[in-house]
Design a protein around this ligand. Structure first.
Ligand code: FRU
Length: 560
């Protein structure tokens, strides 16, 4: 039966079949009370390709309904003339390059089609675009390959063939039926749809193959719409007053060029600093390779936006010290929901990492989203950070929580150098506890041992190492080689000067989302328990552990 296959998470969104990556165009429809989730989807298979926008809806961002494909790939656009220029608008050195048609077999987008890459949605409540009251505007990247010739008059006047070029441009599609179906918008009003479809922000040369993932937000204070898009290792900001015409405003550079690791899926998020009336603009960025998580991971910076659409980092947070959004390996391409009520800021991310998607496979689908995270910006006592972006699982998760399975007598205990079994054999639960210790006899490590096999060979650890002051998740012992070496523990420093730490973990079939001190730090990790076939072991035992020393544990709670 669908959704009960091995390795299928039960309280995380995954498509019924086929490949999924980034969340796209997340928004809340206040007309219907529905949340919409679009996502990078391959309608044809269980590997990356034919990228289109899949779709799902929900009343609470936790329980989702699969909807039909929302934005399919664009049909062959026929022949296009194009002048290749660099990002400042001047002609590239090698002269005029003419794109003469789209070849029939391409990487990622067969038959000359244009793939629909990641992007965002803006709900046009006041019809500033003229496309319709409450029109749902989807800004996305069209990705395609073109045959390129230098227009030098050679080869019978067609120019000299110089090969294929990958091009990415920002397009707009809009929905007038509540996000079910989308019409393509052509920026040239005089041209017939869909041939040719003119992008709202065309490629201007430069690194045309890494110019993607537009994210649109309204800047209330300066009354301007902002579109942030990445271009290799920078983010470009465009501004607009009508959501249709976009003017280049400024750029943000990554501090160190690390070679690999283009920026992806940027988002500028206005957040009110908790307990104040100040708004700060968080720049959230995904790094494809070479992040803290070895492969893909997310970082953020805190800063300010001015009326020119220029973003500048806080003095406490220069571009040289990006903050980590989530310290695990499986929190990527996260963007916030648009059009939220009550000033809520909720982010959903793809729970995977480009470095092993091809190896750690599931079938007949691949990929799931993280749980939605409530974002809160707080002033941090740690002066080198200045601010801290906290994230916790949204409170709607309680819709799916059952009553606590831990007897009151067992919820406050003082174990010493031990592994204590928790009698629960299900694989989907929320587990939480406050750990504290005496400075005289502190343990070296405390936490939970999840999904343990009978012989003790397989397990996942979530804990706090007092000797290194690190909150960690370790998935070295799962039997899935692609998720083991060379990584050890994913971890984050947590200050426990007062001798306590609160750990909260959400465990699903192949996923653990662990939080320290109510979202001060989070670690999101996939794991695939794959004991060798011959061993045929169950991996569903759960333990609380205290290594050396004594810990005091209060508020131990397990909610299936
Ligand atoms: C991020 C990403 C985006 C791109 C999309 C393609 O995971 O590489 O930059 O738009 O995936 O599927």
């Amino acid at each position: 039966k669908s959704y009960s296959e091995p390795y299928r998470n039960q309280f995380h969104f995954s498509p019924s079949k086929n490949w999924m990556n980034d969340p796209n165009g997340l928004f809340y429809d206040d007309q219907t009370g529905l949340y919409h989730l679009y996502y990078q989807y391959n309608p044809e298979g269980n590997e990356w390709g034919n990228m289109s926008w899949g779709h799902a809806t929900s009343k609470d961002m936790i329980n989702w309904r699969q909807e039909p494909l929302a934005i399919p790939m664009l049909a062959d656009q026929g022949w296009e003339d194009f002048v290749y220029t660099n990002t400042t608008g001047s002609l590239a050195k090698y002269g005029e390059v003419r794109y003469v048609g789209i070849p029939t077999t391409n990487w990622g987008d067969a038959n000359g089609k244009k793939a629909i890459f990641s992007g965002s949605i803006y709900v046009d409540k006041n019809n500033v675009s003229g496309l319709g009251q409450n029109a749902i505007l989807a800004f996305y990247t069209a990705d395609y390959q073109i045959a390129t010739r230098i227009n030098d008059g050679k080869e019978n006047g067609w120019g000299t063939w110089i090969g294929l070029n990958e091009i990415q441009e920002q397009h707009l599609a809009y929905s007038l039926d509540g996000g079910k179906t989308f019409k393509q918008y052509s920026a040239d009003k005089n041209s017939a749809e869909p041939q040719p479809l003119i992008p709202v922000i065309a490629s201007k040369g430069g690194d045309a193959a890494n110019f993607r993932d537009p994210n649109v937000v309204y800047d209330q204070q300066n009354k301007q719409f902002l579109l942030t898009v990445v271009s290799n290792q920078q983010a470009l900001i465009y501004k607009s007053v009508d959501l249709l015409h976009w003017e280049y405003a400024s750029s943000i550079q990554r501090e160190k060029n690390v070679g690999l690791g283009v920026w992806e899926c940027p988002a500028l998020i206005p957040l009110t600093v908790e307990g104040t009336k100040t708004t700060k603009w968080v720049l959230a960025i995904s790094i494809q390779q070479g992040s803290h998580a070895t492969g893909s991971g997310m970082e953020y910076y805190v800063g300010n936006i001015d009326h020119n659409g220029q973003w500048t980092p806080e003095s406490t947070q220069t571009m040289a010290n990006p903050m980590t959004m989530d310290y695990g390996e499986d929190f990527y391409a996260g963007i916030p929901f648009a059009n939220m009520s009550n000033n809520r800021n909720v982010m959903l991310a793809w729970q995977s990492n480009w470095s092993y998607t091809g190896d750690a496979k599931t079938s007949p689908w691949y990929g799931n989203m993280t749980l939605p995270r409530e974002l809160k910006l707080v002033k941090s006592s740690n002066t080198t950070d200045g601010y801290l972006l906290k994230n916790t699982v949204i409170s709607e998760i309680t819709h799916n929580e059952q009553a606590d399975r831990i007897a009151p007598d067992d919820s406050s205990i003082t174990p010493r150098d031990t592994e204590q079994k928790i009698e629960y054999s299900g694989n989907q639960y929320k587990l939480t506890a406050d750990f504290s210790w005496d400075t005289k006899n502190p343990p070296t490590s405390v936490g939970f041992k999840l999904r343990a096999s009978d012989d003790g060979k397989y397990y996942v650890l979530v804990g706090y190492d007092l000797t290194t002051k690190k909150f960690f998740v370790q998935r070295l012992n799962t039997g899935e080689a692609a998720m083991e070496a060379p990584r050890d523990k994913m971890n984050a420093i947590v200050d426990t000067a007062n001798g306590t730490i609160k750990l909260t973990v959400y465990v699903d079939e192949t996923s653990v989302e662990a939080f320290a001190n109510d979202g001060e730090k989070s670690i999101t990790q996939n794991f695939f328990m794959r004991p060798e076939k011959a061993e045929k072991q169950a991996t569903n035992q759960l333990y609380l552990y205290v290594q050396a020393g004594t810990a005091h544990i209060t508020g131990l709670k397990l909610n299936p």
